[in-house]
Design a protein around this ligand. Structure first.
Ligand code: F6R
Length: 596
């Protein structure tokens, strides 16, 4: 979603801002812009790719040492040049960029219109600029405080304020913001990677703090405007190469990186057959809650099957946007797990805060180091999938699953021997590698799927959550409508949608449920469905029913999701390619969803 970069120093700010924006590109955006201080503030913005902004900048001679930049993912108002950030107040007292959503913007806008302010955009962001100007008392910090007091919602805001041409100001609530400290230069950004090529010395701004940076100084103020002592932290991160390594798209590269991602995630947690966790689950643990969004939620649903099977501890799984508002029942010894690749997803973060407020012990499973969710939870297990750039998650999904296997086995190990499971878990990366060999088969099937309007995924047991995931993956990038269903549930309504030629993908890896799956497959086949089955390598009998069978290596049934995910991801990817679409950047989607 939206990204922020700010620079104040001795270099030309323009290329620094543009390069910073490029490093935030993967988050998803639909317009971009910069504002720099020359004699006056100059704003340049453009719809679409950053390369459009760059072309526009080529025709404007700018040499400024202070500026702010933004990639916008539209929430309020169309993704066009007018709505792109930065936005200035009527008298150009302030020019600012904003991540987040101002919930009371309509009310504030009406008040400002009644005061005579004119608006040029449809954004909630412009309201912040006009509000700031209406409250301006000559002092940047006190005006920011008064502005913040009136805003409801989430925001990270970076500002250029008239009369302070060597400085950038910032404030934040519920949206990430960091300050980077350099030599004769300082930075502001929404993400550490945006400034990593310049500095590793960062200060992570807290909610309610106000920031003033100039080339040689960083000042942090508390909510009352009192300057605070602070220290920067050297982040232990290296800029990832972000090369496609010969792959046409990041998504395919990331699919093929899964053996390594799982190996790297498991390695710090298992040594000599023993599991070590960065926290000790309570002896009295009697309920586990798992919360996430999208694919992370699907990892949670898979986790429910696995944890309950291995530990007999009940697990409740929630979509974060529901958990945060449904007043969940959380008891003292419950464990609340929050799964997030980005570690910044607004609903997951709010759910984490809700669980903490209710006194729960919180564990996060996060891929991005130093992210807000990882910082705010009581314990964190990092997935080591590496930088995931494609919007649709693949390697983070597999790594998150691996963490839940380990957690379940750790709890089980208190009463039972887990040796066989550990051996099987450690063999998974190799089996994933073997499963990746189905790519050509999936490529051929994709040619057929690409012509379809609807696809159904059916499965039972631990295959069911993978149906949800396979369906999400296919629809989000290929724009083909699909549904994931528990195979036994189809005849309670959805089977009426099956007609001659409808593609049904059946996941059947649980031998104990194979007979039931065969019956469900026959039900749809007899109504004209074209059946694609995904099953274990020795289940040849499905060839008699299905039009196509994809085999995955045999493993213990609890680990099979790590293998069935592979053909599903490859199918989604190749169907998208077949349709001539970009799998890395599906329309309307963002990699990091920082608004609710
Ligand atoms: C789907 C996908 C999304 C994310 C979801 C949560 O392919 O990637 O559904 O899983 O937006 O994001 P994180 O994991 O960053 O919280």
């Amino acid at each position: 979603m939206c990204g922020i970069i700010g620079y104040t120093g001795v270099e030309n700010a323009v290329p620094i801002l543009v390069n910073g924006l490029k490093s935030l590109e993967y988050r998803g955006y639909d317009s971009s812009g910069i504002a720099v201080f020359e004699k006056d503030v100059v704003v340049v913005k453009e719809k679409g790719k950053i390369s459009n902004l760059e072309s526009k900048l080529q025709n404007i001679q700018l040499s400024a040492n202070v500026g702010i930049g933004h990639t916008r993912w539209a929430t309020h108002g169309r993704p066009d040049e007018i709505n792109a950030h930065p936005h200035s107040s009527v008298n150009r007292t302030v020019t600012l960029v904003h991540n987040g959503i101002i919930e009371n913007y309509a009310e504030l806008k009406n008040e400002l219109i009644n005061m005579g302010y004119e608006f040029t955009s449809q954004t909630d962001t412009e309201v912040i600029a006009q509000l700031f100007e209406s409250l301006f008392d000559g002092n940047a910090i006190s005006t920011m405080i008064k502005t913040a007091e009136k805003l409801q919602g989430s925001y990270a805001v970076a500002m250029l304020i008239k009369g302070n041409e060597d400085k950038i100001y910032a404030m934040k609530k519920d949206s990430p913001l960091i300050v980077g400290k350099g030599e004769n230069e300082n930075f502001l950004a929404s993400d550490i990677p945006a400034i990593l090529s310049h500095t590793k010395d960062c200060y992570i701004v807290n909610d309610g703090e106000f920031v003033e940076i100039s080339k040689n100084n960083i000042k942090i103020f508390d909510s009352k405007g009192v300057e605070k002592h602070f220290t920067t932290k050297r982040v232990d991160l290296t800029l990832s190469a972000n090369e496609k390594n010969g792959y046409t798209y990041y998504m395919l590269k990331e699919i093929f990186e899964q053996p390594k991602a799982v190996r790297n995630t498991v390695a710090p947690l298992i040594s000599n057959g023993k599991i070590t966790l960065p926290f000790t689950p309570s002896e009295k643990l009697n309920h586990i809650h798992i919360v996430g969004c999208g694919s992370a939620y699907h990892v949670g649903v898979t986790g429910k099957y696995i944890i309950e099977e291995l530990t007999r501890i009940p697990v409740t799984v929630d979509i974060a946007s529901e958990f945060r508002y449904r007043n969940p029942i959380i008891n003292k010894n419950d464990l609340c797990i929050f799964i997030s690749q980005s570690g910044e997803t607004a609903d997951t973060l709010a759910s984490l805060r809700e669980a903490k407020r209710k006194g729960a012990f919180t564990l996060s499973i996060v891929n991005v180091p130093y992210s807000t969710i990882s910082r705010e939870s009581d314990a964190v297990i990092h997935t080591y999938a590496g930088h995931e750039i494609a919007v649709a998650t693949t390697k983070a999904f597999s790594s998150q699953l691996a963490v839940l296997y380990i957690l379940a086995l750790f709890i089980r190990s208190k009463q039972n021997c887990i040796e066989n499971y550990i051996d099987e878990l450690l063999a998974l990366p190799e089996k994933i590698e073997k499963t990746l060999k189905c790519e050509n088969q999936m490529k051929l099937l994709a040619k057929h799927i690409a012509t379809r309007k609807n696809v159904f995924f059916i499965g039972r047991g631990v295959d069911y959550p993978l149906c949800l995931e396979g369906s999400l993956k296919l629809k989000e990038i290929s724009y083909i409508h699909s549904e994931g269903y528990g195979a036994g549930e189809l005849k309670h309504g959805t089977i009426s949608l099956i007609e001659e030629g409808t593609v049904v993908i059946a996941l059947a890896t649980d031998d104990t449920l194979l007979g039931k799956m065969i019956s469900n497959m026959k039900e749809v086949a007899s109504r004209g469905a074209i059946l694609i089955a995904i099953t274990n390598e020795d289940n040849n009998e499905l060839e008699k029913i299905a039009n196509h069978v994809i085999y995955v290596p045999k493993t213990n049934k609890i680990f099979s999701p790590s293998l069935t995910a592979i053909p599903l991801q490859l199918l989604a990817y190749h169907t998208t390619i077949e349709k001539g679409l970009d799998p890395d950047k599906p329309r309307n989607l963002a990699k990091s969803v920082t608004v609710e």
